[in-house]
Design a protein around this ligand. Sequence first.
Ligand code: GDP
Ligand code: MN
Length: 394
Amino acid sequence: MKVHEFQAKSVLAGFGVPIPRGDVADSPSAARAVAERLGSPVVVKAQIHAGGRGLAGGIKTAATPAEAETSAASLLGSLLVTPQTGPRGKRVRLVLVEEAVNAARELYLGLAIDPSKEAIVIMASAVGGVGIEEAATRAPGLIYKEYVPAGGRFQDSQGREIASALGLEGKTFEQGVKVATALYRAFEATDASLVETNPLAATGRGDLMALDARMVFDDNALGRRPDIRALRDPGEESPLEVEASRSNLSYVKLDGDVGCMVNGAGLAMATMDIIQQAGGRPANFLDVGGGVTEAAAANAFKILVSDPDVKGALINIFGGIVRCDTIAAGIVRAARETGSRIPVVIRLEGTNADEGKAILRASGLAFHPADGMRAAAEKIVSLVRAAGRRGSGT
Ligand code: GDP
Ligand code: MN
């Protein structure tokens, strides 16, 4: 789960990371009021669940409260397109108004999970700021890395290595150790999968301050982190993603036209690969998981067909704990209720597959049964193509 910059900053401040004074605003007049209260030049920052805002015009400095109002007016309601938003961009509904801090140097600190090393990786660079992604691709050596193996502890010596990699000295060095340690604690204590501050500014006075912050949390841990779960902003997620998470389904929107409904993440990956091999493009990744009920299967099908990009669906179920007849009953119910007319190829294998196929046949609905994954993928791709040719009227 992603959160906004202002939320990430408030979480990190709770662990002792220094952040600028500021507040969020949802209208130009509210932004002006925050700037008045701060009584200094400010930065007005678009709050969207994506980075790359600086280069896309989403960060504006304002010398006076009146300028802050104008900046907020130009940002609020606008569509921000950055390399991280996708081509459709994201609508700005909130801005963060903060005291402008003079950065003598811009540093980078980030924490993530490195699955291949089974460790938390702490990344540091003395050359942070908006160009870091590009700079690091050209010269990977720019990023210094420390690892804390799963179950291990972040050592003081690692904090010092990081502070020297950031090029800090004297009292700023000590602050660097503290900030790195605080970020690590925050990462662990919130079940984060990503914590990033870029830039971490070193001010002219030699103080460190996180001018930007990003956090992503492990969805599977939200059950035990109600305070983090409360930070969810459904307005930033596509309505279908919100609907899916309500039904306990994992759903990821992609940019193709073949909807996929599967059980299990491994089968989802394999299904997407095979659709691609058959010359098609998956429109999503919808995993109903294990132990799915008829109602959840019906919801999954409804989510699938309500995406206007989906021109056909491939349902690929390998029944283990999940029973194929349960899935089939859910699909039949949802297909009747939605009256959807898109082609649907269904492959059922494993527990109660024969019962499931019988339910599909008895429904009288025009499903396309398929045996085997490859055959199923080839069939849906050709059906979607045929429908496209008819639809284009040529
Ligand atoms: P991003 O582009 O989405 O990562 O947004 P950032 O919050 O990192 O802002 C982009 C750039 O704006 C930063 O790299 C800074 O150079 C600048 N910036 C952001 N906040 C402040 C601030 O409070 N003071 C100053 N002087 N610059 C800021
Ligand atoms: Mn940034």
